[in-house]
Ligand binder design. Sequence first.
Ligand code: CP
Ligand code: NVA
Length: 301
Amino acid sequence: MKHFLDIHQTDPADLRSIINDAAAMKAERIGRPRGAPDDDQPLKDHMVALIFEKPSTRTRVSFDVGVRQMGGQTMVLSGADMQLGHGETIADTARVLSRYVDLIMIRTFEEATLLEMAEYASVPVINGLTNRTHPCQIMADIMTFEEHSGPIKGKKVVWSGDGNNVFASFAHAAKSFDFELVFTGPPTLDPESALDGLYTTERDPNKAVEGADLVVTDTWVSMHDPQSARERRHNQLRGYQVNDALMAKAKPDALFMHCLPAHRDDEVTSSVMDGPRSVIFDEAENRLHAQKSIMRWCLDK
Ligand code: CP
Ligand code: NVA
């Protein structure tokens, strides 16, 4: 069973071929209407369940469109509307869904939910974000970086802000794709210790971004963080905002990325988001292509 659960649980050679296939599939679609089917229909007669226990715009729409372009059908399911949200076990849900559908994508809170789904499902399961990781996002980010700046191997990536789930997948990717990753943020919001050794820390954001090929940030309050922590987090993270002054200290051709949704003028200024180094909407588009490639890989298509 080829689940796509995390970057560090996927063979680096497979990760590379997923990115290359995504780029080829994207190239094939140039000039086509968004809704036009691909020439190749690897998901014909396939049914895909997309389960969301948290809000989503990009993940929801990009998976749905991607399945349809490849000839398959989707059902988008809200966790709260399923029996899953009312006491049915994850294991039972996984076994039931496996009798109906060919692939399951789930966005959930606890990583344990994803892992239990994968353990009991007899169809591939894809991680659409948990409190700990967001691997599909980082596959799209690697693809986007390489489109603009060439191979990411050996490049310097700087993450400014919260050591969160998106950072964790960047840390896993740093090892698999062999790039340097620097974290700059307050000690109270350091990444979890399981990621130690995959990145270095520089508390001064101005020093951290020196020589950076890519500067990345994300929301200061993630979906699983309590809203009561909002003010404290903002106070701790204010000094790590990505703004024009910070970008000016990176390499002149450094890119800026954000997985979105962004809180304009909190973690990043609008001038950077809308500026010439920002590739945020390419990242969003590449979710589509990267995930189509991930689904094909899962299904051996
Ligand atoms: N970046 C991302 O996963 O966006 P959504 O929450 O809109 O899916
Ligand atoms: N870190 C954010 C990412 C959203 C795509 C969150 O988990 O809410």
